[in-house]
Design a protein around this ligand. Sequence first.
Ligand SMILES: Cc1ncc(COP(=O)(O)O)c(C=O)c1O
Length: 395
Amino acid sequence: MLDKPAILGGVPVREDLLAFGKPLISQDEIDEVVDTLRSGWLSTGPKVAIFEERFKEYIGVRHAIALNSCTAGLHLALEVCGIKPGDEVITTPFTFCATANVITHLGAKVVFSDIDKDTLCIDPNEIERNITSRTKAIIPVHFAGQVCRMDEIYDIAKRYNLRVIQDAAHAIEATYKGKKVGSFPDLTSYSFYATKNLTTGEGGAVVTDNDSFAEKIRVLRLHGLTQDAWRRYEEVRHYDVTIAGYKYNMMDIQAALGIRQLEKLERYLQIRERYFKMYDEAFSRIQGIILPKSIPGIRHARHLYVIMLDLEQITIGRDEFLEALKAENIGTGIHFIPLHLHSFYRKAGYKKGDFPQSEWAGERILSLPMSAGLTTKDIEDVISAVKKIISYYRK
Ligand SMILES: Cc1ncc(COP(=O)(O)O)c(C=O)c1O
């Protein structure tokens, strides 16, 4: 006799709702933030400087510039690479809209290239197929913490003289052949949004080994001023506005959180690795579930735990599956509905059928709860709920 799903009147797997990506904030983060609030210096100042120093050491790169988002980092990275109207930038449709929107902000054309269905990251063969004389840069996205096929991407970039700007919003701890992905050229942008592996509430950083890019980004992130407020406080000097920059700076309140979160990053990764293993062991041999694969030689950053439903094996669609999980009190997410199917990108000329691999994944994918803030019991509940629903609706 199969257990009745809660959506059909059965007993839910748990009584309270399990949030999909609850951040883990401890007393030392709270103390550090309070210390900042009491210090009298709230905006970009000494804590941002400390955070940048430690973050660049963690990644193994010459410069880290803290910002108010990963989106800001991607935007500034494209700008310092000289991307302008008429240029084309290649990226994946299987990402958050920020990755592509920033290309549009600079007046350049977003050229989507389909993913590799196994890893859900951009397929280097598709990149090469889409290169024209106007192509200037590639934005690979390390989806869910998975690492893209870096050797092939950098080989293409070298042969066609393209810049590489990595979107590592999901991939702070990720490595390729033993090196952090952000230590590869040209620039890499990270997100410290509330649900990310390291959080500052909202926030981001761009890293690079290129001194000239770093210098330009430091000026662009704060209105184009030659001196930020902290430096003006330290020494009396007039500032000059050298370019029409942006308001993209990180605050010390955010950096306070970041400093403490960074100390725990590797420990929290170990916890998520354990939860990934529990999920993998539970789902790898279940008919009706398809799991993504990794390429060799990487360390996955374990950001999102995604599964794909084998729609040929079950009688409900993905959205009904999510509803059924919600009734069991399990929170989920969808990462992602492919960007070319959203109205803005449809208006730009894209249509259903353009990227079959992304569409295949987009119809089947869902993200299960994943955070170092969860307990072993939480993960067990998710496993029970998924198994219960799959078994009930299996053909
Ligand atoms: C792949 C990807 N890129 C970029 C971003 C944007 O990050 P932020 O919110 O820090 O701007 C996100 C946000 O979730 C993302 O998932």
